[in-house]
Ligand binder design. Sequence first.
Ligand code: FAD
Length: 320
Amino acid sequence: MHLYQSERLYFLIDEKKDGNQAASPGRELCSYQSKGGNGVEGFNYICPKSKQEALMMLAELGKKARIVAGCTNILPNIQAKKLTAGVLIDISRLDELKSIEAKEIVFLGSLVTVAQIAESSSINQAGGVLWQASQQFADPLVRNRATIGGNLANASPASDGAVPLLALNAEVVIESTRGTRNVSLPEFFVGPGKTTLADDELITGIAFPNASNWQGAFIKFGLRRSMAVSLASIGVVVDLDGRRIKDARIALGALAPTPMRALQTEHFLKQKDVDGDVIEKAAEIISAEVQPISDVRASKEYRSYLAGVLFKRALEKIIG
Ligand SMILES: Cc1cc2nc3c(=O)[nH]c(=O)nc-3n(C[C@H](O)[C@H](O)[C@H](O)COP(=O)(O)OP(=O)(O)OC[C@H]3O[C@@H](n4cnc5c(N)ncnc54)[C@H](O)[C@@H]3O)c2cc1C
């Protein structure tokens, strides 16, 4: 039996091989110790009843704890033995992290699923590029489980959540018992699978300015039509006055160690009237601006070329 104790919280985890009961005076915490044979031996499982309780558990357990939400990333990692022990804090029942609000600022609780986004007419209106990405994400089964917070915390360079959110200038809302901080996505991602999240921190939401006056397009290029990891992806939002681009934000996936903004291309496009020459020149800039790698799915040269092609397709989709 392990006792995890702090001034504000204490709970017990039964570590007997066949023990599945939590002892937790004054609290109703669920707890589970795997009996073995199901690939999750070595893990303790607890589910807090509130966000505050989750934050206290993270503060107490630090490195020993891993948050689990939809489990679509973490469970394959456990099964592949990339993660072999620890305390899994299951936040999936925390209703306070499941809301969508689309006002001047759009707010998504971190447990909002990709399916919720795909079904939301207010997200289609206020952040169409994210709504389009949700339609192209995995398949309906995965979309029902996958959360937007888990997608960002997983920090894949090919993340289909990060690319549209970067284009929407989103910030990640991060909480711990020490306080709350908002972090822009370019600051949040520090490398493949790496973020600025500290061990005691929880993503509680994602916020971005309402983009209902902007037009957007998301395009994902994979080796098949569904359930594909992006070879490259693009999210473009533009503020248009007729054919004049007043402002543009362009984000790219699988074309650098982290999802990236194409700042040089954005700068080139500002205050330009869109025509064939401008689009061609911008496509050249974007192909030179990306920093892809070669891997089993594509060479870096092909990915750079794709960046230009996807940019042209996205702009055609927006402008017609
Ligand atoms: C078959 C399949 C297809 C997929 N297709 C796609 C796809 O098309 N596009 C795509 O982008 N991804 C895809 N994924 C990856 C995955 O579904 C997404 O990244 C998903 O959004 C992860 O969310 P989750 O809630 O399942 O995260 P989990 O697996 O629960 O957690 C993932 C990571 O995030 C951490 N975490 C989760 N929530 C929080 C939080 N609130 N605060 C701090 N840390 C947190 C966990 O500790 C863990 O490290 C696919 C996965 C599978 C298995």
